[in-house]
Write a protein that binds this ligand. Structure first.
Ligand code: ADP
Ligand code: MG
Length: 490
């Protein structure tokens, strides 16, 4: 803690506090950071930052408490460094300290206001649907200001096919009749980019417009990511406003929390979520949550939370099929109004198979390219424009790479991947490497066995199921394996 004193305030005054150029640069740094992190997060953690001056190549930023200083240092320190350096090449370091706010008035008055998000395209959202409307005015502190809804994510734009028809039907049902028996909570789960967030936004849009038309008033709906739920909760604790936070949440008609897996390991937030959840369900209000796994597979989430989450309707979004990918691409191309030959759509649907977001991004790139050069989309331009994307998807991981990464990770010798040693310290990593080889390559079990010191295919089979079992039981271990997988896939 450089310059820290016993009472937590930091000493040694830097200079150049009144240099108008620096003050303007500071205002831009704040503005950029605010745009990057969003209004709510900015208000919670960063608003109280003040400019402490410059000393040589070092800028000082002050915060009023040690808690805030530590938080900002660890969460935003690198961004502040980078943003300052981008503004002013001479600045190489940002020192974040506890300290007075003598010039705070000045710094606050020049801070760039962030742009409020654009209003939804449809224009059908009643003004009273405050809970989902993005917050624009400072000081406004509603529960739902966590996230604005994406105007593109509606039921109309969601393409339905075998893998998602059940989830879609459930979402529709909840949007038409929130809190109806059997559908509360609605738990949507599935892999990345398969449409969970899209469906949740669609429910929220429907509830704030459709519901209003039917019942004379819009439902009060809050949609937020689990991460934002946690930030809001911590911020409420910090400003001693937990009662208010609880009351706001409990006055909702519908609460939606996206990516609930984020709460794993965040015990206090989980507890708060659980109480809110119970209070709302008991009061006949609707809960919608999403996660990357089913309630029973969300190991690391408290048992009672999992149990309650599984009590309503659990709907999973399966991996897309080729047919669904084609339909999605057709719908998106039609919406963009750009003709894309069937051959190109088929090519994309074959090549990009895991994630609709990536599929969409590839198509958007083709369309942008065509518009820019005023040329039609063809099979040849598609191959050219998407060269890098397609290469990434073609990439094959080798068993040798897997063995190398895994032994580095657990700090064992590479030769132990094929040695006969059975000590747990080497046997477990070896099993993980076999598991990853099965998951990430198209090699058969006997082929994998041969690469691990000529082991039998049943040994590989055992390793694969053992690792899967351990992952389900031990969240820390599962995280290690996932991390390795991600590193290998990149
Ligand atoms: P998740 O939350 O499951 O990770 P998203 O809901 O963010 O995924 O979806 C990723 C992208 O793919 C979004 O742009 C979404 O509109 C699009 N998408 C996913 N599934 C569909 C679908 N069935 N129809 C249309 N668009 C979809
Ligand atoms: Mg999502």
């Amino acid at each position: 803690m450089p310059g820290g004193t016993r009472d937590g305030s930091d000493v040694a005054e830097p200079t150049a506090l009144d240099d108008p150029q620096l003050v303007a640069q500071w205002a831009r740094v704040r503005g950029r950071l605010q745009t990057e992190v969003g209004d709510v997060e900015y208000r919670t953690w960063l608003r109280q930052m003040s400019f402490g001056g410059v000393d040589g190549d070092e800028v000082t930023v002050r915060l009023p408490t040690r808690f805030l200083r530590d938080w900002v240092r660890s969460h935003y320190g690198d961004r502040l460094n980078a943003l300052w350096n981008a503004e002013n090449r001479d600045i190489r370091r940002v020192d974040i300290r506890v300290g007075g706010t003598a010039e705070q008035g000045l710094a606050e008055s020049v801070v760039l206001p962030s742009e409020p998000p654009p209003p939804p395209a449809s224009g059908t959202v009643p003004a009273v649907a405050v809970a989902v409307a993005p917050a624009t005015a400072r000081g406004e502190d509603r529960v739902g200001d966590g996230a604005a809804l994406d105007p593109r994510f509606t039921f109309d734009s969601f393409v339905v096919g075998k893998p998602n028809e059940f989830a879609y039907a459930c979402a529709r049902r909840v949007a038409e009749q929130p809190a109806c028996i059997g559908f509360n909570p609605l738990f949507l789960y599935g892999g990345v980019g398969l449409g969970k967030t899209h469906l949740m936004h669609a429910i929220a849009w429907e509830l704030t417009s459709g519901h209003a038309a039917r019942n004379g008033r819009p439902a009060s709906v809050a949609y937020m990511s689990a991460e934002r739920f946690m930030y809001r909760f911590i911020a409420a604790i910090r400003s001693q406003a937990t009662m208010e936070f609880k009351e706001q949440l409990r006055s909702l008609d519908v609460l939606m929390v996206d990516d609930l897996q984020f709460l794993i390991g965040k015990d206090a937030t989980q507890e708060e979520f659980f109480h809110t959840f119970n209070a709302l369900v008991d009061a006949g209000k609707q809960i919608v949550v999403s996660a990357d796994k089913s309630p029973s597979d969300l190991s690391g989430l408290e048992e009672r939370v999992r149990t309650r989450l599984g009590c309503g309707m659990v709907a999973d979004l399966h991996a897309t099929t080729y047919e669904l990918r084609i339909s999605i691409l057709e719908a998106k191309a039609a919406r963009a109004g750009v003709p894309v030959p069937a051959k190109v759509l088929e090519f994309l649907a074959h090549k990009i198979t895991t994630n609709v977001r990536e599929l969409e991004a590839a198509l958007n790139r083709l369309i942008a390219h065509a518009n820019l050069f005023n040329r039609p989309v063809t099979f040849e331009t598609a191959q050219e424009v998407l060269h890098d994307v397609l290469k990434a998807h073609d990439r094959r991981v080798t068993i040798e790479e897997i063995q190398k990464r895994v032994s580095e990770h657990w700090n064992i010798r590479l030769t132990d991947m094929s040695s006969a040693r059975r000590a747990r310290a080497v046997a477990r990593p070896r099993q993980v490497a076999m598991y990853l080889a099965k998951q990430l390559t198209s090699r058969s079990l006997p082929e994998i066995g041969r690469k691990f010191g000529n082991r039998d295919h049943t040994t590989v089979m055992h390793a694969v199921s053992r690792v899967a079992e351990l992952m389900a039981r031990d969240a820390g271990f599962a995280e290690d394996v996932e991390l390795l997988r991600r590193m290998l896939e990149n």
